[in-house]
Design a binder for this molecule. Structure first.
Ligand SMILES: [Mn+2]
Length: 430
């Protein structure tokens, strides 16, 4: 039996912190009430909010220069599940993990599913990988996968995606996320038109393999690893693809996959309107696809995105059912600490967006009261909703202070003992 953080430790820490927490929660409730906002519906909404953790996220990430492995890293999918479960145990915000294939391949998927269930977590969208070559693979993806010039390579990439669906079915997943690295590095290298045409042809075969209750998420990215053009470069291309494929296809927004200064929340609003918003890969960035921790660099942007989501949910936008996942690279932190903190930051943006007086904002917008509207909107962002997040965790059996309990538990030191390093273990980033 491997080490898990005991419930008694969480309860003990919560007990010690409870008087101060109740004081803070009460004060926030009164402060919000003065603005005509009830705290309880926000706390209930935050309690019900869930964001998936990617299985690869619990390993240390890296850059193209180097990777500095952390101590006690998970050495395979079963140990990754343990770490994902620990994040959920303390935060109660991450009930599912999102597997990546072939990195998480096993021989017995019912065993994997049972192990996850025993740890209290399930499986979210399955991620396919056609951006690197596997040792047992016949053809190379060096010049592309689903948009390769060679039909045989495209067929191999289609077959991999269909296999991902089969594995996902065994795990209880309901969606396939497809991100392709296809693109070009030189002007003239490839036909911008034909590459998209053959991609659509190949994706139609993947789409045909989706079970009735599944969706396929198309993830766009402006650059990397190709630096001149990528085939699925932006939300417009993604939307064209989703509309060409059918109602089960939708567009996934990774916050790091846009040009600098792009108004991402407006893209979100447009995709909601088109009924094609699949969901998010949350992270933060300064320069490009930095994969920094969610809410660490630009929490206001995260709030702006969540305001659009809260608005869409409140007006019951047709087809609005986004899936949420963290997609970050933890290069210099303990990944468990980063993922707990990030789950909390995503919930924070959600709670702040719920703390906006929407009726007052609409009235100010309609009256062209520019500064009034801005102040009403900003008031949500400026609300310190930390007591709401803590209360939501406490009510679900989580920790008032997840980071404090995690550090006090000595979890990582225990994993260092349990997980002696093995050669060739893989951890990575997407
Ligand atoms: Mn992503």
């Amino acid at each position: 039996m491997t080490y898990q953080i005991p419930s008694a430790l969480i309860e003990e820490a919560n007990g010690a912190a409870l008087p101060a927490h109740e004081d803070d929660y009460g004060a926030l409730a009164r402060r919000l009430a003065r603005r005509g906002i009830a705290i309880e519906p926000i706390t209930a909404a935050v309690s019900a909010f869930a964001v998936a953790v990617p299985t690869w996220g619990v390993g240390t990430g890296g850059t193209r220069f180097a990777r500095f492995p952390g101590p006690g890293e998970p050495r395979g999918i079963f140990e990754k599940l343990e770490d994902c479960a620990t994040i959920h145990r303390l935060t109660r915000a991450t009930p599912t993990c999102s597997p990546h294939l072939p990195w998480d391949k096993v021989t017995d998927y019912s065993e994997l599913r049972e192990r996850a269930a025993a740890l209290g977590i399930g499986f979210d969208a399955v991620n396919s990988n056609t951006f690197q070559d596997q040792s047992d693979q016949a053809l190379s993806y060096k010049f592309g996968s689903l948009a390769h010039t060679d039909k045989a390579v495209r067929a191999q990439a289609v077959a991999h995606n269909l296999e991902c669906i089969e594995i996902g079915r065994k795990l209880g997943s309901k969606a396939l996320t497809v991100w392709i690295a296809d693109g070009s590095n030189f002007p003239g290298q490839s036909s911008l038109t034909r590459a998209f045409d053959v991609y659509l042809e190949a994706m139609a075969e993947v789409y045909a393999g989706l079970p009735d209750d599944w969706r396929v998420f198309i993830e766009h990215k402006i650059h990397e690893p190709a630096f001149y053009s990528t085939v699925i470069s932006d939300w417009g291309t993604s939307l064209m693809a989703a509309e060409a494929l059918g109602p089960k296809a939708a567009c996934l927004v990774d916050l790091g996959h846009h040009a600098p200064n792009v108004n991402i929340e407006q893209i979100v609003a447009r995709l909601v309107r088109a009924g094609r918003l699949a969901g998010f890969h949350f992270n933060d960035s300064n320069y490009g696809d930095d994969d920094l921790d969610s809410g660490s660099a630009d929490p206001f942007r995260l709030f702006r995105v969540f305001y659009e989501l809260v608005d869409a949910a409140a007006r019951k936008a047709p087809g609005f059912d986004p899936a949420y996942m963290l997609d970050q690279s933890h290069n210099v932190t303990d990944p468990i600490e980063s993922l707990m903190s990030s789950a909390s930051e995503v919930q924070r943006a959600y709670a702040q967006a719920l703390a906006v007086d929407r009726a007052a904002l609409t009235a100010a917008q309609e009256a062209n009261d520019v500064m009034g509207a801005h102040q009403i909107y900003k008031a949500g962002y400026l609300t310190d909703v930390s007591p709401i997040l803590a209360e939501a965790r406490r009510r679900s059996g989580g920790a008032l202070d997840p980071l404090g309990v995690y550090r006090a538990s000595g979890y990582r030191a225990r994993k260092v003992e349990e997980r002696p390093p093995v050669a060739g273990s893989s951890s990575g980033i997407v």
